[in-house]
Design a binder for this molecule. Structure first.
Ligand code: FAD
Length: 416
């Protein structure tokens, strides 16, 4: 069923009895051309673009829980392409371009809202670093504006400018950045993939990867064995666990990242704002809640919940930037599993096991990458060659030393 204003009106007038499910809850078949493991945004986008761009539709997405139950449904929904380094710039800008046309492409309201992403700076040194990043973006045709303190004050007058512990000197603004509705992104890709013949199989956990003569031949699952010519991993925080089933040890650690939402207030925060003197970022959801987060918890874990010291740290950062936050009550907090790579950048590559492909290392920034990640991973799987926008995301860069260390923090996931 195609969604349109006409369809909406017709269904409203006929008692909303004729809507059809957005996707089938498929049962697994014995074999497929491609198995995509993980029903998060990346896995579903991969399946969608495999079918749409490459005509490979004999595909199943296997998800251990329900689609979107991982990070795809837990993130703070920020999208942006304000990167500095050559390996990252083309990829994230390609993602931004895909976001800009995604709703028309999917015929689904993913609520892409280009409300702007404002990174605050608090010192001359930080201003210079932001100017450099902004210049790199502009050299690649990406929008970036360096704002002085008064310009920032006009945009967000409620921040702490005058008595602040970390005075705001200005900000780097990417107006095309913003937010998208995370679960709608999952559902939109699922619907698009399903319409092109992809099986979306939920409650199907991968328990083993079958390898014969150095080649992946399928998987073992809680719903039986499934054969495949190609197996593609897109399991984010569970990447090391799945890769170890194929005897691979990845340069990835899993960490917890928490997020928070306050009680609803009237429209107040009109952009995404990030604090430059600590790790804190905030936006406002369409329901009115302030959505915010900060650092990862800083210890290795596969638990999807975090600890109180990080909550205190995040709230301190928020209060230092925006003291009025202290008047609000936090409604909910939750955690997700970050696949932290050793340079903070992702991996989209083949593995040493023939027919086994890897999409991982998204750290806490993979939501914005969802469309391009799916696009480039599908290209790699279908053509066995990296997409031009993702050539830097090689697994062997950790051995060759060609790291993409955007934060300059070294092999320290807790500092990325
Ligand atoms: C609190 C929080 C805030 C974030 N904020 C942002 C943000 O603002 N902007 C941004 O760009 N990024 C953000 N991120 C990061 C982003 O959400 C992730 O990088 C991205 O969602 C990862 O890709 P995915 O959607 O495919 O992952 P997931 O949704 O985690 O998908 C992986 C799937 O694999 C499944 N799986 C795992 N093991 C198995 C198995 N054995 N068998 C079958 N299936 C399995 C899981 O159940 C899961 O559904 C945030 C993350 C969190 C947790």
């Amino acid at each position: 069923m195609r969604y349109s204003a006409l369809a909406l009106a017709w269904n409203a007038l006929t008692g909303n009895r004729n809507w059809t499910p957005a996707w089938r809850d498929a049962a697994p078949r014995d074999s497929y051309d491609v198995l995509v493991i993980g029903g998060g945004g990346h896995g579903l986008a991969t399946a969608y673009y495999l079918a749409k761009e490459h005509g490979v539709a004999n595909v199943a997405v296997l998800e251990k829980g329900w689609i979107g139950s991982g990070n795809a449904g837990r993130n703070t929904t920020i999208i942006r392409s304000n990167y500095l380094l050559p390996g990252n710039i083309p990829f994230y800008e390609w993602s931004m371009k895909l976001w800009e046309g995604l709703e028309q492409d999917l015929n689904y309201n993913t609520m892409v809202s280009q409300r702007g992403v404002l990174n605050l700076y608090h010192s001359d040194v930080q201003r210079d670093a932001y100017a450099r990043r902004g210049n790199a973006m502009r050299l690649h045709g990406i929008d970036a504006e360096l704002l002085d303190r008064e310009h920032v004050r006009r945009l967000v007058p409620y921040l702490d400018f005058d008595d602040a512990r970390f005075p705001i000197h200005g900000g780097l603004l990417q107006r095309r950045g913003g937010t998208a509705r995370h679960d709608a992104v999952v559902w939109g890709f699922a619907r698009g993939a399903d319409r092109r013949g992809v099986d979306i199989v939920q409650n199907c956990e991968i328990t083993g990867i079958r390898i014969s003569n150095g080649r992946a031949t399928g998987v073992e699952t809680t719903r039986g064995k499934i054969r495949a010519d190609k197996v593609a991993l897109a399991v984010a925080g569970s990447s090391s666990r799945l890769a170890s089933m194929a005897g691979l040890r990845l340069p990835i650690e899993s960490h917890v990242l928490q997020a928070f939402v306050s009680e609803a207030v009237k429209p107040l925060v009109h952009q995404v704002i990030t604090f430059g003197a600590g790790h804190f970022y905030i936006s406002q959801s369409d329901k009115g809640g302030l959505v915010f987060g900060g650092d990862i918890d800083g210890y290795n874990s596969y638990a999807q919940r975090g600890n109180l010291p990080t909550i205190e740290d995040v709230c301190e950062g928020g209060m230092a930037m925006m003291p009025m936050l202290g008047r609000l009550r936090v409604l909910r907090s939750w955690g997700g599993l970050m696949d932290m790579s050793m340079d903070g950048s992702p991996i989209i590559d083949r593995t040493p096991v023939e027919g086994l492909y890897l999409n991982a290392g998204w750290c806490y920034g993979g939501f914005k990458a969802t469309p391009a990640s799916g696009w480039c991973f599908a290209h790699l799987i279908a053509r066995d060659a990296p997409h031009p926008a993702a050539t830097a995301y090689r697994l062997d860069r950790f051995a060759s030393g060609r790291l993409i260390d955007e934060r300059g923090a070294g092999a320290q996931p807790n500092l990325h």
